[in-house]
Design a binder for this molecule. Structure first.
Ligand SMILES: C[S@@+](CC[C@H](N)C(=O)[O-])C[C@H]1O[C@@H](n2cnc3c(N)ncnc32)[C@H](O)[C@@H]1O
Length: 272
């Protein structure tokens, strides 16, 4: 993959998402149980990061392939799987917009939690997810929701307001959090609307330190927030961005000793 030509890859390799993923472990484990990952299923986790859902899916006995655009996260995922002795969990580089290395109808279950939503060309993403799922198999996506008042939607909204406007023709990843767009994209991939369902769900970010210290992790390691701070520093707005995000993290925290912040997302389920 040509790094220089792929801003999407550059964005996610820039930071170290494992630092954020460390706060998402409990929710990843709970989610794979809730959506019915079971022993023996062939699972593709798309935009898998270091395995927030891939690793617990493999622990449940599924045969899991994690695909992610970021080389550092693929390496981190393979390291985690090896350390845990999970032989049925492997990670490789790939782009959700073009899964040419994967055969048609080769998975029982395709999962993409806050992953494929960040890939360019959303119609191609839907087409590829449907292509690699076997007839009767399932796809589950987790997508942040535009203008939702909870943590991640607000981080992305605030960050984008400090970042230069995207290039002409850029489609916001947040459109994946709008039901009509999801239906349009999967209908174009041949899925009848009756086979698509939606639920509001929650992921909780748990962190030992204060909300300000968790924000610091996002500032140092989460690509979209790193970019926002870089842009804000250039025009003297970094303190304003810091304040806006600190207020957000503090107001969303649910516990006194440490940090626990729930974030709402749109769970999309598709039967192929
Ligand atoms: C917010 S992280 C979520 C990671 C993981 N699903 C989790 O829940 O921890 C977004 C992930 O999507 C990956 N990603 C972004 N664009 C992608 C693309 N075009 N194809 C595959 N993965 C992509 C990023 O590298 C990153 O690992």
């Amino acid at each position: 993959m040509d790094t220089a030509a792929n801003p999407n890859k550059v964005l996610w390799e820039k930071g170290d998402f494992t630092r954020i993923a460390d706060t998402m472990r409990e929710s990843g484990e709970a989610l794979v149980q809730r959506i019915g990952v079971t022993r023996g299923l062939k699972v593709l986790d798309l935009g898998c990061g270091d395995g927030t859902t891939a690793v617990p899916a493999a622990k449940l006995g599924a045969d899991v392939l994690g695909v992610d655009i970021a080389r550092n996260l693929v390496e981190a995922g393979n390291k985690r799987a090896a350390e845990l002795g999970l032989k049925s969990c492997r990670f490789q580089e790939g782009d959700a917009s073009n899964l040419e290395q994967l055969a048609d109808q080769s998975f029982d279950f395709v999962i993409s939690i806050f992953g494929a939503m960040f890939a360019p060309r959303p119609f191609d993403v839907a087409k590829e997810m449907v292509r690699v799922t076997r007839p009767g198999g399932r796809i589950v996506m987790g997508n942040w929701i535009p203008n939702d008042p909870t943590l991640v939607a607000q981080i992305l909204k605030i960050s984008s307001s400090y970042t230069p406007p995207p290039p002409e023709g850029f489609v916001s990843p947040m459109a994946w959090g709008v039901e009509s767009h999801v239906i349009e994209r999967f209908s174009a991939a041949g899925v009848p609307p009756a086979n698509i369902s939606f639920q509001r769900d929650t992921f909780t970010f748990n962190f030992r330190g204060t909300p300000a210290a968790l924000l610091d992790e996002f500032r140092k390691y989460y690509g979209p927030t790193m970019n926002a701070f870089e842009a804000a520093q250039k025009n003297g707005r970094a303190a304003a961005l810091q304040k806006e995000l600190e207020d957000l993290f503090n107001s969303q925290n649910r516990i006194k000793d440490g940090t626990s912040i729930p974030a709402t997302f749109l769970r999309v389920t598709i039967t192929c």
